[in-house]
Ligand binder design. Structure first.
Ligand code: C2E
Ligand code: MG
Ligand code: MG
Ligand code: MG
Length: 281
């Protein structure tokens, strides 16, 4: 786009690219050992019903703790894993780990809840997804209705007809789906009606400004009403304050997750959180 970069700008740009690519290369290389070396783990963030305050689900969020580089953000390393293909092995590991964990919790007497797993666009496009997911559920012995797959509007809109077919197949097997980061993409309303999902996750950028921004209030309300008219549930992401929560409840949002309730937690801390939990009112 920028056609008239000066010589100085150009020099600056190439230097930045080199820094970026050195880091990229480092992560790219380290990633090939991350799974085998046990550097990956999942944290779980509780999701709450706004009707009765109970925990109804947990979103599994990937964490990578590298011995030298420290803790790495999925926002940084997942795009690299998508480029080098590692996302398929990592994504399968995430799914198996999350499903196994929930089975273990339910068998141990924890009140049943849904585990939400984020899918990558690369996984969503891969012809083996349906088989992989159903095999893991069978192996582990978790009924499919306990799993919710999160996908984004962009993933569904990349090839809407293929997405509709896949969503129908997943739905037939009893697996739920939610649209993550809803409102930031560009899904057309006519397609949204055909997507066999059960929930819209209201993006945290809209939730963040509820307290002061009139526009975002209107967007949140519009999404909740849209979802209701399509018979979909809504969950608000990134809820950080009591006033955001009060507004969401007033508008009829079904569920919420965010730092106001809890950050994503490692397994033992999540278990302790659930045990200590009184319904949030
Ligand atoms: P996401 O699925 O939209 O997840 C929500 C992100 O918001 C998470 O960041 C979560 O830790 C953070 N969050 C939760 N509550 C709050 C809050 O109240 N305030 C703020 N400011 N942030 C909050 P995280 O864990 O860094 O993950 C970032 C993104 O990386 C995720 O966005 C998702 O797109 C991707 N991701 C994470 N785990 C996986 C995975 O296993 N597979 C794939 N394909 N993507 C993943
Ligand atoms: Mg998500
Ligand atoms: Mg999200
Ligand atoms: Mg996201």
């Amino acid at each position: 786009r920028v056609k008239q970069a000066s010589h100085n700008n150009f020099a600056f740009f190439t230097q930045e690219m080199q820094t970026h690519s050195a880091r990229h290369l480092q992560l790219n290389n380290a990633m090939h050992f991350a799974l085998a070396r046990g550097e990956l783990s999942l944290h779980y963030q509780p999701q709450f019903s706004l009707q009765d305050g109970h925990i109804v689900g947990a979103e599994a969020l990937l964490r990578w703790q590298h011995p030298e580089m420290g803790s790495l953000s999925p926002a940084e390393f997942i795009p690299i894993a998508e480029d080098n293909g590692q996302i398929l092995a990592i994504g399968e590991w995430v799914l198996r780990t999350a499903v196994t964990q929930l089975k273990h919790w339910i068998d141990g007497g924890m009140a049943p809840m849904v585990v939400a797993v984020n899918l990558s666009a690369v996984q969503f496009r891969h012809p083996n997804l349906l088989t992989m997911v159903t095999q893991i559920l069978d192996e582990v012995g978790l009924p499919p209705q306990y799993l919710e797959l999160e996908l984004t509007e962009a993933m569904a809109m990349d090839n809407p007809m293929a997405a509709i077919a896949l969503m129908n197949q997943l739905h037939e097997r009893g697996i739920r789906m939610a649209i993550d980061d809803f409102g930031t993409g560009y899904s057309s309303l006519s397609y949204l009606k055909k997507f066999n999902v059960s929930k819209l996750k209201i993006d945290q950028s809209f939730v963040r400004d509820i307290s002061d921004g009139q526009d975002d209030k209107a967007i949140v309300t519009a999404i909740i009403n849209l979802a209701a008219s399509l018979n979909l549930k809504t969950i608000a992401e990134g809820v950080e304050s009591a006033s955001q929560l009060a507004f969401l409840r007033l508008q009829g949002c079904d569920e919420a997750q965010g730092y106001y309730f809890s950050k994503p937690l490692p397994v033992a801390a999540f278990e302790a959180f659930v045990q200590a939990q009184q319904p949030v009112s």
